[in-house]
Write a protein that binds this ligand. Structure first.
Ligand SMILES: NC(=O)c1ccc[n+]([C@@H]2O[C@H](COP(=O)([O-])OP(=O)(O)OC[C@H]3O[C@@H](n4cnc5c(N)ncnc54)[C@H](O)[C@@H]3O)[C@@H](O)[C@H]2O)c1
Length: 342
């Protein structure tokens, strides 16, 4: 499947293509970047590849967003230097979106860029973070402030890694798949019926295709790519609030809450009702409304006290840059609350 310049490969075919790439590439040194949880995927991964350098070095970082930092980047640059990585070295990012973003940033900057491969192990990374060539780290408390646009040499998507993923992290990835389905119209509402116990390779493929199609039209996000922010304006505000309250939730779960609001603002009541059947709107305490509005306004793209939302004209028809003022926003928030609490 083509994204912009590169192709994503799935399952057994993915490993075959990667093995051939490893054979041809003849990297001077191979590194595998993992976090403390995805380290357990290394055995399964390496068993699939006859041409993986058996002398590969493992770079392991703590799991969690805190590792997407300049301090960890500096440590990784230092490790690459220490282990003698030259321009012909290869970095394999084996992990969730955190590892894919961090590793891609390190690879795209080390010695002006070395080869790297994305092997996403979380559902969110398979359908979203590994696709589209955005690399990045967090800076001064803000997400993805420093980064590059850079394409990997390959993306290998192997759903077998999902067996060890927690239910919450699975739902997080499902949230992004639901977003893709709303943007494109395909698989709706069947997408809502997916469960962690199912084989969802075909649905993952279609989700990847939707994101790839958007990215290929606007790689550097000068316009249309913004549709991928559907559900993210409120989603980010909700994610930050949950973090401040000491009850953090995975990104895609916050996006689901954001999708409810985007559908309500779009007056897509039927779609919002269908979404509620799978993942109901979470009641928002009225004391938190001001903080949530402020979190949304903090986004520099927002002007004149209104917040820009991606909305849907109808299923599969997103529009970008829709200004929403506090009155309209508040009405929708209260309406969604009423629907769950009568
Ligand atoms: N570059 C992009 O276009 C893009 C798009 C969306 C999200 N992102 C980024 O992706 C990150 C979120 O990705 P994520 O949700 O995968 O987070 P993550 O990488 O932190 O993974 C979530 C948790 O699941 C664990 N995990 C991953 N795979 C596992 C497996 N197979 N078995 C057991 N545990 C596993 C991780 O160790 C972690 O604890 C954020 O940093 C976000 O900014 C980037």
């Amino acid at each position: 499947m083509r994204t912009t310049e590169i192709t994503s490969y799935f399952g057994a075919e993915g490993f075959r293509v990667l093995d051939e790439f490893l054979f041809k590439k003849k990297a001077s040194k191979t590194f595998i970047l993992v976090d403390e949880n995805t380290a357990s995927c290394i055995g399964t991964f390496s068993n699939q590849l006859a041409h993986l350098d058996s002398d590969f070095d493992i770079l392991e970082v703590p799991s969690g967003e805190e590792s997407k930092s300049i301090e960890v980047v500096v440590q990784l640059w230092a490790s690459l230097l220490e282990y003698g990585a030259d321009r012909q070295a290869l970095l394999i990012n084996l992990g969730g979106g955190m590892i894919c973003d961090l590793g891609a940033f390190v690879a795209s900057t080390y010695k002006r860029g070395i080869s790297y491969v994305q092997v996403p192990t979380s559902l969110l990374a398979m359908v979203d973070a590994s696709i589209g060539g955005k690399t990045g780290i967090n800076f001064q408390g803000l997400k993805n402030q420093i980064g590059t646009f850079s394409e990997p040499d390959a993306i290998v998507i192997a759903p077998m890694f999902l067996t060890s993923l927690s239910k919450k992290e699975w739902i997080s990835g499902h949230g992004e798949m639901i977003k893709h389905s709303l943007l494109n119209g395909s698989d709706w509402p069947a997408i809502l019926q997916l469960e962690a116990s199912m084989n969802i390779e075909e649905e993952i493929r279609r989700s990847v295709q939707i994101k790839s199609d958007v990215v290929s039209l606007d790689f550097k996000e000068s316009g249309f790519r913004k549709v991928l922010n559907l559900g993210h304006t409120f989603g980010h505000a909700w994610e930050s609030l949950m973090l401040e309250k000491g009850t953090p939730i995975p990104h895609g779960m916050a996006v689901i809450q954001g999708l409810h609001l985007a559908l309500a603002l779009s007056q897509q009541d039927e779609l919002q009702k269908e979404l509620s059947g799978k993942y109901p709107w979470e009641f928002v305490n009225e004391d938190d409304l001001t903080q949530l509005w402020t979190n949304q306004l903090a986004d520099k793209k927002n002007q004149n006290q209104s917040v820009q939302f991606v909305l849907l004209d109808r299923l599969g028809q997103p529009t970008i840059d829709n200004p929403v003022d506090i009155k309209r926003w508040m009405d929708c928030m209260l309406l969604l609350n009423q629907k769950v609490h009568g």
